[in-house]
Design a protein around this ligand. Structure first.
Ligand code: IPD
Length: 276
C-alpha cells in the first residue's frame, strides 16, 4: 500500500523544483516547437521539466507508472491501469509560458485503482501551491479552500478555454456553448489559459464553474481532486460521470451550476486520450 503522505510530500517538493526551472526559463529564449498542430505548442522546458519530475519520482518510487504529457507526445502509451500512476503535466499553460502570460502551472496527480488520490497544482509564477488528498481537503499554501456557495448561474463567473482544436465544426460548437452561457447572462466568462489553474479558481471560490472539451488527462487529474476536495462537483459535459480519459469536463462549485452548464453546452467528442 503506497504511503499517500510521502507521495504528497514528494509531489510538492518536485513541483517546487520544477517551478524554479520554469521561472528561470522565462527569462531565457524560449524555443517553440509544434505538436499536433500549429497552435499545440511545446518547448524544451516542457520536456526538461517532465524528465526532472519522472527521474525524481522513479528514484523514490521505482515501481510506479507514469502518464506524462511529453512522454505521450513522444509515443508512450496513455493508459490508466489500477497500478500506482503519476499523471504529469510539466507545464500546463505552455502557450502562456511561451508568451510570458503570467499563469503557468505544474500539475501532478497520483492515481491508484484509476482514482486520483493526490493532486498538486503549483501555479509557479504566483507561487501558489494547491494540494489535495482524497478525503482530507484541499489547500492553497496550507490554507483550506472552499468553493463558492452561489447557486444562481446568472450571479456567476464561468471559465473555459478554446483549446488547440481549430476544426471549424468544433469551433462552431465551442462558440455556440459560449454564446448560450454569455447570454444567460452570467456575470462574466474568463479563461486563465491553463486547465489546472481554472480548476483551482473554482476550488478557491472565485469562479463558479469551469468546462472544456479537448483537455487531456494530465491537464485535469490533479485539479479535479483539488475541486472535489474543496467541496465542488465534477461531471461530463453531458451530465454523466466524469471520465478522465474522455477529454471533456465540468468542474463546478455545486450540482445546480454544473447541471445548468450541461443544458447550455453543445457537446462533441474528441478522440479519447486512451484511444489506440
Ligand atoms: C492546455 C491548457 C489550456 C487548455 C488545453 C490544454 P498545455 O494544456 O490547459 O488551457 O485549453 O486544452 O491542453 O498544453 O498547456 O499543457
Amino acid at each position: 500500500m503506497a504511503n499517500l503522505q510521502s507521495i504528497m510530500d514528494h509531489a510538492v517538493a518536485v513541483a517546487r523544483k520544477a517551478g524554479e526551472v520554469v521561472r528561470e526559463a522565462l527569462s531565457d529564449d524560449r524555443k517553440v516547437m509544434m505538436k499536433s498542430s500549429a497552435v499545440d505548442l511545446v518547448t524544451q522546458t516542457d520536456q526538461k521539466v517532465e524528465q526532472l519530475i519522472i527521474q525524481s519520482v522513479k528514484e523514490k518510487f521505482p515501481s510506479h507508472r507514469f502518464i506524462g504529457e511529453e512522454s505521450v507526445a513522444a509515443g508512450e502509451a496513455c493508459v490508466l491501469t489500477d497500478d500506482p500512476t503519476w499523471i504529469i503535466d510539466p507545464i500546463d499553460g505552455t502557450t502562456n509560458f511561451v508568451h510570458a502570460f503570467p499563469f503557468v502551472a505544474i500539475s501532478i496527480g497520483f492515481a491508484m485503482n484509476k482514482q486520483v488520490e493526490v493532486g498538486v497544482v503549483y501555479s509557479c509564477l504566483e507561487d501558489k501551491m494547491f494540494t489535495a488528498r482524497r478525503g482530507k481537503g484541499a489547500f492553497c499554501n496550507g490554507e483550506p479552500l472552499a468553493v463558492s456557495d452561489q447557486t444562481d448561474i446568472q450571479q456567476s463567473i464561468i471559465s473555459t478555454e478554446f483549446g488547440a482544436n481549430r476544426d471549424p465544426e468544433a469551433v462552431d460548437k465551442i462558440f455556440c456553448s459560449l454564446r448560450n452561457i454569455l447570454s444567460l447572462p452570467v456575470h462574466g466568462v474568463r479563461g486563465a489559459g491553463t486547465a489546472a489553474i481554472n480548476m483551482c479558481l473554482v476550488a478557491s471560490g472565485c469562479v463558479e464553474g469551469y468546462y472544456e472539451i479537448g483537455v487531456h488527462v494530465w491537464d485535469i487529474a490533479a485539479g479535479s481532486l483539488v475541486v472535489s476536495e474543496a467541496g465542488g462537483v465534477l461531471m461530463d459535459v453531458d451530465g454523466g460521470e466524469l471520465d478522465l480519459m474522455s477529454r471533456r469536463i465540468i468542474a463546478a462549485n455545486n450540482r445546480s451550476i454544473a447541471e445548468r452548464l450541461v443544458k447550455e453546452i453543445t457537446p462533441f467528442r474528441p478522440p479519447r486520450d486512451d484511444s489506440p
